[in-house]
Design a protein around this ligand. Sequence first.
Ligand code: CP
Ligand code: NVA
Length: 302
Amino acid sequence: MKKDLLSCQDLTRTDLENILELSAKLKAGRGKPNQPRPLEGKSVGTIFAKSSTRTRVSFEVGIYELGGHAVYMDQGKTQMGRGETIPDTAHVLERYLAGIVIRTFAQSDVEQLAANAKIPVINALTDDFHPCQVLTDVFTMLEYKGKTDGLRMAYLGDGSSNMANSLMLVSKLAGIDMTIAAPEEFRPRQDLLDLKFGPGSATWCSSVKDAMQDADFVYTDVWVSMGFEEESKRRMQILEPYRLDMNTLKMGKPDCKVLHCLPAHRGDEITDEVMDCPASIVFDQAENRLHVQKAIMSLLMG
Ligand code: CP
Ligand code: NVA
């Protein structure tokens, strides 16, 4: 594997398979005696410039369970918030830490941190990508279907979000055929639609019905991502037809399952009824963040 995980483009198909295999092993072994502790004696920094529930907690718990120690940093409260450069920060943190997990705004900041640090850097969400989430999503799909190649996934809503970007990449790598239903204003990135990156595919349409056809999974994400709050009103209006409700869910395969990275804005992109129905596997998905990130850290920092 490469030193860093900044987007799924850092991964080969073999890397993906190794992550999925180790995730399953760590999940099965959790709480049992003699589990691997590859981070024993090591400290991992976690830098957050944006809010988080799942990512912060699952990384901290994961680091602990792997024998390591997590050092949480609110990015704005570090000296970066007062103008210390990212390269200088990288040169300092690499003297203390075995790795850095970072959630921030610009993907280029994470790339700069990784380029200047000798230690691994893991992207825990930027405006562009959320690789740890989508690797978890593939792991969750694999658990439910026993394979990833040939699965069909519909994605509804903001096709321009970090989630849509990352899901396009991971779908291609994992052999999943992803169809994004999104309006022109929030259509997916053309370069990511066009990218050749494995056996799967990513296509865009404006029709929810077309995207849902034969879907094994339907995925949605918030209409207003962190950092885009000033666009809230316009987004809510334009994305309204893309709400995941029971009628839409019924357009997929009879056993179509519901995925959402969470947090959900109930009543906006997804109804209460769908969130709480038996087809919804969103809390299994949330749990899997822990297992998959433990696998990623073991492979990169162990
Ligand atoms: N899905 C996800 O990354 O959740 P948090 O924002 O709570 O970390
Ligand atoms: N697209 C969302 C994902 C949250 C996990 C955001 O960036 O806010």
